[in-house]
Design a protein around this ligand. Structure first.
Ligand code: UDP
Length: 241
């Protein structure tokens, strides 16, 4: 029987997961299919929060490499996540799912400000809450946002949907053909071996707060639902394995 393993989840979507083949900008067809995948999980009566990245539009690192002030470039990155969040909200609402975007940078005309207790209330009412504008702080990432918000709202797991890889490998599988894919890992392994899962701030936060992370590919349809149902896909990272 299809019984969800988690009551409340944070889905982390990288910006690139919304871009499609081009790897840049927004693909309406891809956003629609991601929204349909999120709906499958909502239909299981699971409470869903989403953290969306912004790498399909702008990354702070690129700006700073171009000579921009890093903090200013990072704020641009956070604004990019707001655009992605609004696009996802639109697609979800077209499917009849109630959503709220909560932004860590106040912009009341387009989104609610992030208020933890209000986010939890929305989730209890089965609304999908999209956390926009990262943590609201430069020098952080949307992976760290996912870890932070998951801890704050007491989520049971973070589902990290990747568009270029289907789990965690010992090395980059595109470069090293001997790279092995892990089924399970501890956060300590990730940090000590410098594995490319999430940045170290995010990994540490997940480890300290004992939040499991499931890393899988979004390019295969139905994977978000499979992850929620506890099927063996991708890699599971935990505090203790
Ligand atoms: N960012 C930030 N603080 C945050 C979250 C994001 O400064 O708390 C900026 C940072 O510049 C980052 C950009 O927003 O490069 C886009 O986020 P991220 O790279 O995490 O997106 P993803 O790789 O998931 O698409």
């Amino acid at each position: 029987m299809s019984v969800p393993q988690y009551k409340r989840v944070v889905i982390k979507l990288s910006g690139e997961a919304l871009a499609g083949e081009a790897g840049f900008g927004l693909s309406p067809a891809i956003i629609k299919s991601v929204a349909e995948e999120v709906k499958e999980v909502v239909d299981l009566d699971v409470e869903v929060a989403v953290v969306v990245g912004g790498g399909n539009i702008w990354r702070g690192k690129i700006g700073s490499e171009m000579g921009m002030d890093r903090a200013a470039a990072d704020y641009m990155g956070m604004l990019a996540t707001v655009m992605n969040s609004l696009a996802l909200q639109d697609a979800l609402e077209k499917l009849g799912i109630e959503t709220r975007v909560q932004s860590s940078i106040v912009m009341t005309q387009v989104a609610e400000p992030y208020i933890r207790r209000k986010a939890v209330r929305h989730l209890e009412k089965k609304r999908v809450v999209i956390f926009a504008a990262g943590t609201g702080n430069p020098f952080f990432s949307t992976d760290t946002t996912a870890a932070l918000r998951a801890a704050e709202i007491d989520a049971d797991a973070i589902l990290m949907a990747k568009n270029n890889v289907d789990g965690v490998y010992s090395a980059d599988p595109k470069v090293d053909e001997d790279a092995i894919k892990y089924d399970t890992l501890s956060y300590l392994d990730v940090i000590q071996q410098g594995l490319q899962v999430m940045d170290s701030t995010a990994s540490t936060l997940c480890m300290d707060n004992d939040i499991p992370l499931i890393v899988f590919s979004i390019t295969e349809n139905g994977n978000i639902k499979r992850a929620v149902l506890g099927e063996k896909i991708g890699t599971v990272v935990r505090r203790n394995v």
